[in-house]
Ligand binder design. Structure first.
Ligand SMILES: NC(=O)c1ccc[n+]([C@@H]2O[C@H](COP(=O)([O-])OP(=O)(O)OC[C@H]3O[C@@H](n4cnc5c(N)ncnc54)[C@H](OP(=O)(O)O)[C@@H]3O)[C@@H](O)[C@H]2O)c1
Length: 222
């Protein structure tokens, strides 16, 4: 396969950087249940191995660098604070790959969550700037890790908004999102419009706190 060829979702190995966290483990679990090969990445290989063992379903655990090397599509699921440093250090391994960014640059204080200013416009745009050899897509910002991880939840009532500058790549990520029962992947524009998608998560956090919920989004008339 040439570097710019878009892989098929079938059998696509999904690697998750920072996959030991709630979001990474939740996505790993759901994609593994959907039949995708999944690798969890960590700064410490043993931590990834332990998380993978705990999830089961054939999930493997590796260091972040090996995860980036071995996976066909890589999800960045690290806190905003570590985003730039991690991705810039893996630019070579991620070249030619699809990188899905789900990072929400948020701050928290006594009044709750709020969106942090990002010089590049959004975390996803920062990823695209740091990874010139990769195709960056933004998705999974609003999915609740609690629901992803809950074994009692069979289907998640949610539209995953997918943003990117290359149609084949956003189509692929939409198709992957739809492999999680209950979820639709909806194209939501180019990366330059990702800032408000990431920022909207602060509103969802407020909704969740007020209503004791794990709120998601649905787009109507589609
Ligand atoms: N939690 C959610 O419901 C949710 C939903 C949507 C989107 N997100 C986004 O997904 C990302 C991960 O969320 P999370 O709740 O899973 O976060 P988290 O548990 O705080 O962090 C995830 C993993 O990132 C690694 N990590 C921590 N600090 C790091 C640093 N400075 N540099 C590199 N790696 C670091 C850690 O793994 P190792 O120590 O094993 O390396 C950690 O287990 C966030 O950007 C968040 O905005 C979260």
């Amino acid at each position: 396969m040439s570097e710019r060829e878009t892989p098929s979702a079938d059998g696509l190995v999904i690697g998750i950087l920072g996959g030991t966290g709630d979001q990474g483990r939740g996505l790993a679990r759901r994609f593994a249940l959907a039949g995708q090969p999944v690798i969890i990445g960590s700064r410490i290989c043993e931590r990834a191995e332990a998380a993978a063992l705990q999830i089961g379903h054939g999930v493997r655990g590796l260091a972040n660098r090996d995860t980036a090397r071995e996976a066909g599509l890589v999800i960045a699921a690290v806190p905003w604070e570590g985003h730039a440093e991690l991705l810039s250090g893996l630019a070579d391994e991620l070249a030619g790959k699809i990188v899905v960014d789900c990072v929400n640059p948020l701050g928290f204080d006594q009044r709750g969550a709020y969106a942090l200013p990002v010089a590049e416009g959004s975390a996803a745009q920062q990823a695209a700037a740091l990874l010139p050899g990769s195709r960056v897509v933004a998705a999974f910002h609003h999915v609740s890790a609690v629901l992803l991880l809950d074994p009692e939840v069979d289907a998640i009532d949610l539209d995953v908004l997918v943003l990117g500058d290359d149609r084949e790549t956003t189509d692929l990520v939409q198709a992957l999102a739809a492999r999680i029962p209950g979820v639709r992947g909806i194209y939501a524009g180019r990366l330059r419009n990702c800032g408000q998608i990431e920022a909207l998560t602060a509103n969802l956090v407020s909704i969740n706190r007020r209503y004791k919920a794990h709120a998601g989004l649905r787009i109507t008339d589609i």
